[in-house]
Design a protein around this ligand. Structure first.
Ligand code: GAL
Length: 821
């Protein structure tokens, strides 16, 4: 009979040591890190005293706290892509934040469940950059490229007494980037403990070689590692479950001596539900690895069942249906949160993109956070995962070109191995606008990189984003690629189609229209490289760079040329750095290209794309705002971005006539309804939209605002997960007494959070604002500020209060709960 004491001891053992049957233990190393900036001799040494260092949690971006300074990474460059003739000083090119230099992270590394016959691996989702990793004072590995994931086996470095120290040294060089890269352990770090007979990191590869309505063949290749790579008679048992958790296929396979330590399993899923952006259905393969009866490892691979093709003259089809990519390019930073990855922030971005009807993302110009790839699987986005912005020929002095020869293969292999099981990933991109397009042998590099992708993943095609059109054709650069992607070349698509062998192409980067949210300039005319004293661009969406276009010019090519397979617009969101056309004008430090601003607030352009891309919900949006004291009687054009074909505009009840979209030599009139001669009079702007049958279908009004009166808080969702990570984005609107947005309000708003959460960050989308993202106060830009609040681990009510001098304060209560999403 077990005594109470032994029973209690056994229970305790069970509680502290997960069931003996569990062979794999994965830990997120997110808390209790110590961080310090600077060259610190001895910081890797286990006896080093780091008590005075800052305590941080990871993901962590050491530079986002600021302060902004035009001398941070001041670059004297000639931006070739902007057709600049000579070098000039660019202060905000990489965001003006203090990310240059060395930083150290240290942490005690407990390795529970570790003992003889086991292995421990550290997996970094990304570390910015030049990561040197030390365990107990010894270097276990180095990885230079800040965007890639990498892992090191640390088994032989661990101390038998369980007392271990992990130290990571990171270093960012100046002039190494064309945008804000972030700094530090900005992605997650994992510790994986397994038996020494185990499935390694990214050890499975799932493909679906045949799909019919009745069945899908699923091929799962699973690598195993054994001590000294010696053969062992192992068995792998795999079950596939559908989204509801029902087992739909099982198999059990013995490893043969001739298998080279890789299992191949072929399973059949009956009546498969296909993955598509509109139906992001996922399956999971759960594999158990046995030696005799002993469970050695357990590994789960999530995947989707879908087929796609690229066919000459027909283009791209997914699950047999031809479609064009409605895509955006995005950089990795999360605006006010910096580069530190946060799943809730990514989900917020994807929710907005979904609402716009976007179905594809290009992870420009580097490997994304794994959280983004998983969310794209779940929420339904096709991904083009990109590797590099530079090959051998530099764009910036200390860019990736210095690592290219030694690291490019390893970087591509990791990229492909990490992401090849994801149904969202449709294509690999080996590069963006690499200057090697123009150098002899550039096409050979392209071929080599493409071949590596094919070797590691024969199921996907490879592209590169090309901007040097004539060289691409002359140097056989474009013809080498599986899929030719052109940046900003809608006017040359017919020529490319005629001269290239593929029979299809796409806009890998399009538009680069510039605008600032809520800012309108008069007269509203098409312009290139247009600059204004306030360092903003007009939201009439008519301004672009000398090499780029308005959205509509690309739309014409997309709609009229069947072999063009879609577009990836530059960009979904504004990002830190690259404030073109104000590259030389500090304090401009963030981009103006986004459909949404840096704080994720939609600009007018969001609705122009939504009207075209969202085929399930109608769009009816008017611009500009209608508060123009001093413009009375002056021409103040009104545009309507709508999915309806036609509409009539009224100013204070007086018709301004009916406009209908239609072909003309002006691409804009095909995609926007425009009343260019409206004379401003304060009051009400009203539009009545007519459907294809000519019936009045919807109306929209904009009112002249009175004086700022109160702050209204609007949360993107009011129910949060009490997980210490979840975020709500709360828009603070300065409104007049009647609830109209005051579009010129610049009041400083202050935020206070109480209850079950904390203030996380603030942003207003103004590319010239040098206010801190991390202090709970900011001036309104075009009447609005975005406050980002974070749930704590405790369920309850999170209250946010916003105050501003002369304004009635605003308050909102959000609920956080352990079950909420
Ligand atoms: C493209 C380039 C992007 C970005 C964009 C806007 O040429 O590929 O990375 O620089 O222009 O300036």
């Amino acid at each position: 009979m077990p005594t109470l004491k032994t029973l209690a001891a056994a229970l305790l053992l069970l509680a502290t040591r997960p069931a003996a049957a569990q062979a794999r233990h994965e830990y997120l190393l997110d808390t209790d890190w110590k961080f310090a900036k600077g060259e610190i001799p001895d910081a890797a040494n286990p006896t080093f005293q780091d008590a005075k260092w800052q305590t941080v949690s990871v993901p962590h971006d050491w530079a986002i706290a600021g302060p902004f300074d035009g001398n941070n990474d001041l670059q004297a460059v000639k931006i070739e892509q902007n057709n600049e003739a000579k070098a000039s000083l660019k202060a905000g090119r990489t965001g003006g934040l203090p990310f240059i230099g060395t930083g150290w992270y240290r942490r005690r590394l407990a390795v529970p469940q570790f003992g003889p016959g086991q292995r421990a691996v550290l997996l970094f989702d990304g570390a910015m950059s030049n990561a040197h990793v030390f365990v107990n004072g010894k270097e276990v590995g180095y990885w230079p490229y800040g965007y890639n994931s990498f892992s090191f086996d640390i088994t032989s470095f661990l101390s038998p007494d369980g007392n271990n120290t992990l130290a990571v040294r990171l270093q960012n060089q100046p002039e190494a980037s064309r945008w804000y890269p972030g700094a530090g352990l900005y992605r997650n770090v994992h510790l994986v403990v397994t038996d020494d007979v185990h499935i390694p990191v990214w050890g499975t590869y799932v493909t679906t070689p045949e799909i019919t309505a009745g069945l899908a063949k699923v091929r799962l290749k699973t690598k195993v590692e054994t001590p000294n790579g010696a053969f062992q008679p192992l068995r792998l048992q795999t079950e596939i479950r559908d989204a509801a958790g029902q087992v739909v296929a099982t198999t059990s396979t013995a490893l043969a001596a001739t298998d080279g330590l890789e299992f191949e399993q072929n399973l059949v899923v009956p009546q498969p539900k296909l993955w598509a952006p509109e139906t992001p259905v996922l399956y999971t393969a759960s594999s158990k690895l046995y030696a005799g009866d002993a469970l050695k490892d357990a590994y789960t691979t999530r995947f989707g069942i879908r087929s796609f093709k690229f066919e000459a003259n027909k283009g791209f089809s997914l699950n047999g249906q031809v479609r064009k990519f409605k895509g955006v390019c995005n950089h990795h930073d999360l605006g006010p949160l910096g580069a530190a990855v946060n799943t809730a922030a990514l989900r917020r971005q994807l929710t907005l993109l979904k609402n716009m009807g976007c179905d594809a993302i290009r992870t420009s110009h580097n490997m994304p956070a794994p959280e983004l790839v998983s969310l794209c699987d779940e929420m339904g986005f096709m991904l083009m995962v990109e590797a590099f912005d530079e090959w051998k020929t530099p764009k910036v002095k200390n860019g990736y070109s210095q690592y290219f020869d030694e690291w490019s293969e390893r970087d591509i292999v990791n990229m492909v191995h990490r992401d090849r099981n994801h149904p969202s990933v449709i294509m690999w991109s080996i590069g963006n606008e690499v200057p090697d397009q123009s150098t002899p042998g550039g096409n050979k590099i392209a071929k080599r990189l493409q071949d590596i992708c094919h070797r590691e993943d024969p199921t996907r095609l490879v592209m590169a984003g090309m901007d040097r059109f004539d060289d691409d054709l002359k140097n056989n650069f474009a013809s080498v690629l599986d899929v030719p992607g052109f940046n900003y070349k809608p006017h040359r698509y017919p020529e490319a189609y005629g001269k290239l062998p593929q029979g299809f192409l796409f806009g890998s980067e399009t538009a680069s229209t510039v605008s600032s949210r809520g800012v309108y300039k008069f007269p509203a005319v098409k312009a290139k490289d247009k600059k204004y004293a306030d360092q903003q661009s007009s939201s009439y969406d008519l301004e672009a760079c000398n090499w780029s276009q308005t959205p509509d010019e690309e739309f014409v090519a997309q709609d009229d040329l069947p072999y063009v397979m879609g577009e990836f617009v530059w960009t979904g969101f504004d990002y830190l750095g690259e404030p073109t056309p104000y590259d030389e004008q500090w304090p401009s430090h963030s981009s103006l290209f986004g459909m949404m601003d840096l704080a994720t607030m939609p600009k007018d352009r969001f609705y122009l794309y939504r009207a075209r891309w969202n085929t399930t919900a109608a769009t009816l949006h008017l611009l500009p705002h209608w508060t123009w004291p001093g413009r009375e009687g002056q021409p103040t054009p009104v545009f309507c971005y709508t999915s309806y074909p036609s509409a009539e505009l009224f100013v204070n009840g007086k018709s301004q006539g009916r406009q209908t979209k239609g072909p003309s030599d002006q691409p804009q009139t095909r995609y926007r309804l425009m009343w260019n001669d409206v004379k401003y009079a304060p009051g009400t702007l009203k539009v009545v939209a007519y459907d294809a049958q000519g019936k009045a279908a919807a109306t929209e009004e904009v009112h002249t605002a009175g004086k700022p009166h109160h702050i209204k808080l609007v949360a993107d969702h009011t129910s949060l997960a009490a997980d210490g990570q979840d975020l709500a984005y709360v828009t603070a609107r300065v409104e007049d007494a009647r609830g109209n947005l005051c579009p010129d309000a610049t009041n400083e708003l202050k935020f206070a959070v109480s209850g079950a959460g904390t203030f996380r960050a603030v942003g207003n989308g103004d590319p010239t604002s040098l206010e801190s993202f991390q202090k709970p106060q900011m001036k309104a830009f075009s009447g609005q500020v975005m406050a980002i609040v974070q749930a704590s681990n405790k369920a309850g009510a999170l209250r946010l209060k916003a105050t501003g001098t002369g304004l009635k304060s605003g308050e909102i209560e959000l609920k956080t709960s352990t079950a909420a999403q």
